[in-house]
Design a protein. Sequence first.
Length: 136
Amino acid sequence: MAFIEPTEQDRANARSRQLPHALESQLAVRTAAIAKISELADARFQAAPGDPPLWETTFAAVAHYRKHRKVSRDWIEATAGAVIKAGAPSGPTCDRFGIGRATMQQVMAGHESLAMLTDAESKPKKKGVAGNGAAA
C-alpha cells in the first residue's frame, strides 16, 4: 500500500481539532498564574516587617511563570500590574528578574495596552557619543 501525502485541508482539519485543547491548556496556565499572584499579594498584606516588598514578590512570580509555564510576558505583566502598584521597582531589580524597565514603567503607570509593547521597545536604548566631538 502506498503512502498518501496529507493535503493542506487534512492538515487544517487536524489543527482545528487540536485548537480547543490548546486553548483549554493555556487558560488553565493563566488561571494558575492569577491564583499564584493573588496568593502572593494576600500573603504580603499579612507579612512581617523585613519581608520583601510586594512588587519584588510579584516579580518573582512573573519570572517563575515566564520561565516554567511559557505564559506570555505581556499578559502576565499586565496581570501583575494591578498588584505591584504598592511600590516602584528599581532598574537593578528589573534587570535581576529579566523584565524590561520600560515595560515595568508602563505597568506601574497603569497602562493596560502592554500587548502593543514589543521586546525591542522594552529594552533600554544605548546612548551614543556626540558625532563631531565639538564642544557645546
